[in-house]
Design a protein around this ligand. Structure first.
Ligand code: ADP
Ligand code: MG
Length: 643
């Protein structure tokens, strides 16, 4: 009566098919082969090790760095009908006793453990006879090159030595080759099969705009998703506090989160957010790794993150459930200077310092290049865009895509990238200037920095280019210069953004004087003035300019409206209320019970019977039995939803 992986997938999770590379990973585990699995957030990595556990071949041990997340993962696995437990230092005595009892009686199928727990005593040795697989989740934590290095991870290989018969599976969303190599070596993977998925997240809409008014811009996005989950990232605690206070005043259900808050307060904010008692978290990067809430509909970066990897990771927390979600980055070159300053304070080695510099440049280029953002992110991780459909390794290509493969090396051309239909550039909200116009505009801006000999800051140069009356400009006689007022017609927002864009492309640089940061033209900038080299400049298109793009923004904004009819949305809200009340009582996150996608399908198709309910993707047997009736009653209008 052995079941195939497909049958198990259907019975336990209610899914008809595997996501890309899941099956390959499962098969490696079942045949006892080590493997490395690199799949983007939301790619379904947990299933790669949970499914082997469900097939009853032996115990699966999962090492995961985040205790906060572990309990939610155990809850989710139990909802699929698995005998799952966790062992970590924060466990209360009751669950701890139960976990050990289950282990002793041989009932446990899936055991989560923190790296610390695995390294004290000889847990590994005790499990050696039974464990068939050891999965190391968030495996990039083993690497210095990654962004969340954890020293304990370096000792995992030692512990795994004691379970020589178990296959090893390392999982991460971070795909750079250096990190992959580190994982392989540090975790002592033995001739592993390597499964690298395409990093693209087709359900995410990426937008990057110059920052003008941090609060107003953040509020606009959050408002578009009222009643939905969102995360707003800011750089400093002060910004977090200010933005959170402002949003609250504007009526947004939100809380701040940063390392300066009491642990108690942080935990409450996180639990309320995951439990859907709170819509928006405003946070520094201290927030996130422990967050698996699957229906986050927007991630706003009110400041520029430190690197493209950070951006991918943080923005990736949107839309884990595969439904549309949007990620917006508000860029200012001054953010990069702030990151640089902090990195300097850390007294890094020259090699690390150069790496930081490179990372800042890359995230800057991502934020200002008027080029399809999906293709820029894919290029950063060395993947073609759109994904080539070859075997199961490729992510689905977004609908309506008529795009050729990106050219080898460098950025794909804007014409080629036109079709993602899911970023500000392809939606026509940001426009690249034609080549000649870009060059001419750049030369104007550069000549202002040149003429003033790098002795002034950005603000001064902007005023000069706009032809503003200014006491200092007059005093230095710069109002007599030819560059005075040269970009008057463009407006301040565009001129500021162009200067940022020129900095990011290395035509201008900010040099730290003892008193002020000064704007200076670089050698490349002087060359461009002689028509050597090429430049790209973009401008945000004001929403009013094209009625068409405005409609698109709206559609791409509110997510549910696009999926559900208004009358069904009301039912969806009642189903959501039921889900929340069940979750509250059980002390587990709502998404663990059913994803939004399941509730949406219920609301749209209104099944009358358990049989019909079962057809919906994401309802396994265990959940059907446990919750089916409750949800059917709400659909039939026979229950007020709140139990
Ligand atoms: P990751 O750890 O890679 O970020 P998760 O394991 O949390 O991703 O899974 C992301 C989501 O995808 C979960 O909601 C999960 O239920 C869903 N999922 C996993 N496998 C499948 C599948 N084969 N079909 C549909 N949905 C899936
Ligand atoms: Mg995961």
């Amino acid at each position: 009566m052995a079941m195939t992986p497909e049958e198990t997938l259907k019975k336990r999770w209610g899914y008809d098919s595997f996501k890309p590379l899941q099956k390959e990973a499962v098969e490696a585990a079942l045949t006892g082969r080590d493997c490395l699995v690199v799949l983007p957030t939301g790619g379904g990595k947990s299933l790669c090790y949970q499914l082997p556990a469900a097939m009853g071949k032996g115990l699966v041990l999962v090492v995961s760095p985040l205790i906060a997340l572990m309990d939610d993962q155990v809850a989710a696995a139990r909802e699929a009908g698995l005998a799952a437990d966790a062992l970590h230092s924060n466990l209360k005595s009751g669950p701890k006793r139960e976990a050990y009892r289950n282990l002793a009686s041989g009932r446990t199928e899936l055991l989560y453990a923190s790296p610390e727990r695995l390294l004290v005593g000889d847990l590994a040795g005790e499990l050696a006879a039974r464990a068939v697989l050891i999965a190391v989740d968030e495996a990039h934590c083993v690497s210095h090159w990654g962004h969340e290095f954890r020293p304990e991870y370096r000792r995992l290989a030692e512990a795994m030595e004691r379970v020589p018969k178990a296959a090893r599976m390392a999982l991460t969303a971070t795909a750079t080759p250096a990190v992959q190599e580190d994982i392989r070596v540090q975790l002592a993977l033995r001739e592993p099969a390597v499964f690298v998925g395409h990093p693209d997240r087709p359900n995410l809409i990426y937008r990057a705009f110059p920052r003008r008014d941090q609060f107003k811009q953040a509020l606009e996005i959050v408002r578009r998703h009222s009643g939905e989950g969102g995360i707003v990232y800011a750089q400093t605690r002060k910004d977090v506090e200010r933005l959170a206070a402002g949003l609250k005043e504007a009526g947004v259900s939100c809380a701040p989160y940063h390392a300066g808050l009491a642990a108690q307060e942080r935990r409450k904010a996180q639990e309320d957010f995951v439990g859907e008692r709170l819509d928006v978290i405003v946070a520094t990067i201290a927030f996130g790794m422990g967050i698996d809430r699957s229906n986050v509909r927007c991630v706003v970066h009110a400041n520029t993150p430190r690197s493209v990897e950070h951006y991918q990771q943080e923005s990736g927390r949107a839309g884990r459930d595969g439904l549309p979600a949007e990620c917006v980055l508000f860029f200012a070159a001054s953010d990069l200077a702030a990151h640089r300053y902090l990195a300097k304070k850390d007294l890094l080695s020259p090699e690390r310092e150069r790496a930081v510099e490179r990372q800042l440049r890359e995230i800057g280029r991502y934020a200002v290049a008027p080029v399809c953002r999906h293709s820029l992110l894919a290029a950063h991780f060395g993947a073609p865009y759109p994904p080539v459909k070859s075997g199961s390794a490729a992510a689905p290509v977004p609908a309506g895509n008529s795009v050729k493969e990106a050219g080898a090396g460098g950025y794909p051309q804007p014409e080629e990238a036109r079709g993602c239909g899911a970023c500000d550039v392809c939606l026509g909200e940001t426009k690249g200037l034609p080549e000649e116009e870009a060059r001419l505009t750049a030369k104007k801006a550069l000549s202002a920095a040149w003429r003033t000999e790098g002795r002034f800051g950005t603000g001064y140069i902007v005023k000069l280019l706009l032809g503003k009356e200014d006491e200092r400009i007059t005093r230095y006689g710069h109002d007599k210069l030819q560059v005075f007022g040269l970009l008057k017609d463009a407006g301040e927002a565009a001129v500021r953004s162009w200067i940022d864009q020129l900095i990011v492309q290395d035509f201008l640089e900010i040099v730290d004087d003892r008193l002020y940061p000064l704007l200076r033209i670089t050698a490349a900038g002087r060359a461009l003035c002689r028509d050597e080299g090429s430049v790209r400049l973009g401008v945000p298109v004001p929403p009013r300019a094209g009625a068409k793009s405005k409609k698109k923004v709206k559609k791409a904004g509110r997510t549910l409206a696009a999926v559900l009819r208004t009358e069904d949305e009301e039912l969806f809200e009642r189903l959501r209320t039921l889900r929340r009340s069940i979750a509250d009582k059980a002390g587990i996150p709502p998404y663990v019970i059913f994803h939004d996608s399941v509730l949406i399908e219920m609301a749209a198709s209104k099944p009358q019977t358990l049989y019909h309910l079962r057809v919906i993707k994401g309802i396994g047997e265990h959940k059907l039995e446990k919750y089916g009736r409750l949800f059917l009653d709400v659909i039939a209008g026979e229950s007020p939803a709140v139990g």
